[in-house]
Design a protein around this ligand. Structure first.
Ligand SMILES: [Zn+2]
Length: 60
């Protein structure tokens, strides 16, 4: 779908309860340490360009 989707993108600018913080996880593909923010479900490994999900990774 293209265009705006206000129902899904709505975020409160004043919300600090769920402020994202970085976590270090291990890439499931090459074993490198990758920074993954807590508000992100997936990340891209800078070493091998493998995209993996937080639930797959090992959080240190
Ligand atoms: Zn990797």
């Amino acid at each position: 779908m293209r265009g705006s989707d206000p129902a899904q993108k709505q975020k409160s600018p004043c919300s600090t309860k769920n402020a994202p913080v970085p976590e270090f996880v291990t890439c499931t593909q090459c074993g490198s340490e990758v920074e993954l923010w807590t508000d992100e479900e997936e990340t891209l490994c800078p070493s091998c360009n493998y995209r993996f999900f937080k639930r797959e990774a090992t959080i240190h």
